[in-house]
Design a protein around this ligand. Structure first.
Ligand code: IPM
Ligand code: MG
Length: 399
C-alpha cells in the first residue's frame, strides 16, 4: 500500500471513531437518573474474583460483606450473585474484553464487587482490551472515586477520576500506519466533562470540604484538557461556596509530596489517565496501592474494586494468600455507602482504621513474614463487634 492509501484507510477509521463518539454524546444526553437504593426492594450484588490475587482478596472481602449484611441477606433484601467466567482465560478464549455471558450477568446486577483483572499488553499475542476499561464503558461508570486518607499527615483526599473518556476512550483503537507511524487518540466531550465535574462539585459540597482542585495539562494538550478545564471554570459559578483551583498534572504530582502544600488538596477532579497515575501515587503515600479502594459509579450501575492490578507475580511466588485485602475492604466501605448502608459502612471503615493505624496485630506485608488476608479479615470482623475497642480508638483519635 502506498502512503496515500494508508492515509485514506486511517481517515475512514477515524470517521468511525467520531461516529461512535457522537453516539456516546447522544446517550449521555438521555442519561437515566441515578438509582435511589432506599427505594429498592431487592439489591443484587454481583461478585467477580478476577485474576491473579483477585480471587483471594475478593473471597475474603465477600466474607466480610456477608458478615455485615447477614440480616439483609436473610430477609432477601440483598442477594449476592457470583459472576462466573470473568477470567483472563475466558476472555482470551472469547477474544473479548468481557465475554457475552458475564456481560449479561453483570447487567442483571445492581452493584458489583470485582477483583483485579489482568490486562494483556500489546505484544502478548492477544489484543483484548482491559476488562476494567470495557466494564467502565459498557456500564457507563463515569465517576471513578478514590479516597486516600492519612490522618497523621493531615491528608484527606478524594479523587474524582473521569472514567470513560480521555486516553482510555479508544485506547485499543489507535492506528498503526506503514513506515512506523503510530497514532492514538484522546477524547473529551463537554457532556462527559460536565457529569464528572458536577459529581466532584456535589461531593465537595456534601462533604463540607468546599474545595475542588481541577488537574489537567491544558497548557500543552489544549483542545481536550482545555475543554475539561474550561468546563470546570464555567461550572464554578453554580457552586459559589466551593473554592476552585487548577493545577497542571506535573506540578500536582510533585505537590502531593510537599508536606506543606498537600494538606490543602481535598477533592480533586481530573481526566482519566492523570487520575489513573496520580491515584497510585496517592495510595503509595497512604501505605501502598494495596490499601486503597475504588468506586466506579454510573447512573444505573456501580462497580467497586481495588485500585491496583492482579499482581500475578505474587501468585507465581506463592504469596497470594498474603496479598493485602484492605483495598477490597475499602471498596466494600464505598459499596455499602452507595447502597445506603451508611452505618455498616462506617463500622467497617472504623474497623479498618483500627486494624491498620491503632491496633496493628495483623500487619500485611505481602510476604510470608506478614499476616495472611484470612487472618486480617477475621480480625476485622472481630473488631467490628468490639465496642470497647471502638471507644478506646475514638478517645485516641480525639487526644
Ligand atoms: C486502575 C487500573 C486500570 C486502569 C488498568 C487495570 C486497566 O490501573 O483501575 O487504575 O488503568 O484504569
Ligand atoms: Mg491504575
Amino acid at each position: 500500500m502506498n502512503r496515500q492509501e494508508e492515509i485514506k484507510q486511517a481517515q475512514e477509521h477515524f470517521a468511525r471513531l467520531l461516529d461512535e463518539q457522537y453516539a456516546r454524546i447522544d446517550n449521555m444526553r438521555q442519561a437515566d437518573r441515578p438509582v435511589d437504593y432506599t427505594m429498592k426492594e431487592k439489591i443484587i450484588i454481583g461478585v467477580g474474583g478476577g485474576d491473579g490475587i483477585g480471587p483471594y482478596i475478593t473471597a475474603w472481602a465477600k466474607e466480610v460483606l456477608d458478615f455485615l449484611l447477614a440480616d439483609e441477606v436473610k430477609a432477601g433484601r440483598i442477594v449476592f450473585r457470583e459472576i462466573e467466567d470473568l477470567t483472563l482465560e475466558e476472555r482470551i478464549k472469547a477474544g473479548k474484553a468481557i465475554p457475552d455471558g458475564p456481560l449479561e450477568a453483570l447487567k442483571m446486577c445492581d452493584v458489583i464487587l470485582k477483583g483485579p483483572t489482568t490486562t494483556p499488553r500489546a505484544g502478548d499475542g492477544v489484543n483484548v482490551e482491559s476488562a476494567n476499561v470495557a466494564m467502565r464503558r459498557e456500564l457507563d461508570l463515569f465517576a471513578n472515586v478514590r479516597p486516600v486518607k492519612v490522618p497523621q499527615l493531615g491528608i484527606d483526599w478524594t479523587f474524582y477520576r473521569e472514567n470513560t473518556e480521555g486516553a482510555y476512550a479508544v485506547g485499543s483503537k489507535g492506528i498503526e500506519l506503514a513506515d512506523g507511524l503510530g497514532v492514538d487518540f484522546t477524547i473529551t466531550t463537554q457532556a462527559g466533562s460536565e457529569r464528572i465535574i458536577r459529581a466532584a462539585f456535589d461531593y465537595a459540597v456534601r462533604s463540607g470540604q468546599n474545595r475542588l482542585t481541577v488537574v489537567t495539562k491544558a497548557n500543552v494538550i489544549k483542545t481536550t484538557d482545555g475543554m475539561f478545564l474550561q468546563t470546570a471554570k464555567q461550572m464554578a459559578g453554580e457552586y459559589p461556596q466551593v473554592v476552585l483551583d487548577d493545577w497542571y498534572i506535573d506540578i500536582m504530582t510533585a505537590k502531593l509530596l510537599d508536606d506543606k502544600r498537600r494538606r490543602d488538596f481535598k477533592v480533586v477532579v481530573l481526566p482519566n489517565l492523570y487520575g489513573d497515575i496520580i491515584t497510585d501515587e496517592a495510595a503509595e503515600i497512604q501505605g501502598g496501592v494495596g490499601t486503597a479502594g475504588s468506586a466506579n459509579i454510573g447512573n444505573r450501575y456501580a462497580m467497586f474494586e481495588a485500585i491496583h492490578g492482579s499482581a500475578p507475580r505474587m501468585v507465581e511466588e506463592g504469596r497470594a494468600a498474603y496479598a493485602d485485602p484492605s483495598s477490597m475492604l475499602r471498596a466494600c466501605v464505598m459499596l455499602l455507602e452507595h447502597i445506603g448502608q451508611i452505618e455498616k459502612a462506617a463500622q467497617l471503615a472504623m474497623a479498618l482504621d483500627i486494624c491498620t493505624l491503632y491496633d496493628r496485630q495483623f500487619v500485611i506485608t505481602g510476604r510470608k513474614d506478614g499476616s495472611s488476608a484470612e487472618a486480617f479479615c477475621k480480625y476485622v470482623m472481630q473488631v467490628v463487634q468490639d465496642k470497647e475497642l471502638a471507644h478506646r480508638y475514638a478517645q485516641y483519635t480525639q487526644s
